[in-house]
Write a protein that binds this ligand. Structure first.
Ligand code: SAM
Length: 239
């Protein structure tokens, strides 16, 4: 997969090259380009923003600069992701969808955001998603890009050491994952649940399923309610 990010703060994206993602880059599973939006300005001040039509506080990012940048970076195969608090909520299902793409381009807004015509224009040539990573407002799109790219990259074949990790994580079956434990058996007088030490994998699977269901019901009941009719077995329903 190829990922290109356009931003006015390229250094903000340095973590893309760290840890697991860095290894995926080294192994050729993903390639990343980070581009400075100001490279597409033509004035001495390298201005990327201007005051908003209709008045109001803050500045809006200029369409001419963004248009030139996206014309240069996007191809026919591109799926353009524009982070914005006004976007569709980013979910694990969307991460899975994006993981199937060959080229993702991210446009990082700052200030009050990007002139809407940039998205409208790009939509005439490529697939565009305006995406929110949560119901809060960040200063810029860079952190949102780190979140989305990390969630997507770990789903690419070969990126995680054990592919079962992604398959069994929270949201893969619509539920939150239950609690995990490692050695020692007792720590600060807190013991690991007996069943996990039983060696009985049928019981362990059942226990994990129960924990996941209980935790999801307590913390995110709307996820349980959104499960398809046939997702819960008889035992699940009795919980
Ligand atoms: N005026 C915008 C609004 O009220 O919707 C907020 C703009 S915000 C200060 C600047 C930039 O941060 C946005 O253009 C976007 O790139 C990014 N951003 C902020 N919050 C975000 C969120 N929850 N999800 C994704 N991107 C976000």
């Amino acid at each position: 997969m190829r990922v290109d990010v356009v931003t006015i703060f390229p250094e903000y994206l340095d973590p893309l090259r760290a840890a697991l993602l860095g290894k995926a880059i080294d192994r050729g599973l993903i390639s990343v380009g980070v581009h400075d939006l100001r490279d597409w300005t033509h004035d001495v001040h390298k201005a990327v923003d201007d005051s908003p039509y209709g008045g109001g506080p803050g500045m809006v990012m200029k369409p001419q600069v963004w248009g030139a940048a996206l014309d240069a970076v996007c191809t026919e195969a591109t799926r353009l992701v524009v982070p914005t608090p006004a976007g569709r909520p980013f979910t694990q299902a969307m991460a899975r969808e994006l993981a199937g793409e060959e080229h993702l381009v991210f446009a990082c807004g700052r200030y009050e955001g990007i002139d809407q015509r940039v998205v409208d224009d790009a939509s005439r040539r490529v697939r565009v998603d305006e995406v929110s990573i949560g119901d809060y407002v960040l200063v810029g799109g860079e952190v949102a890009v780190l979140v989305v790219v990390e969630a997507v990259a770990r789903l690419l074949p070969g990126v995680l050491g054990n592919p079962r990790s992604a398959a069994e994580d929270s949201f893969s079956d619509g539920l939150l994952e239950g609690p995990s434990y490692t050695r020692p058996e007792v720590w600060r007088e807190l013991a690991v649940p007996e069943v996990l030490r039983s060696g009985n994998h049928r019981l362990i699977d059942r226990w994990r399923r129960d924990q996941a269901l209980r935790r999801t019901w307590d913390r995110r009941p709307e996820l349980v309610e959104a499960l398809p009719e046939d997702a819960l077995d008889k035992h699940d329903r009795e919980l």
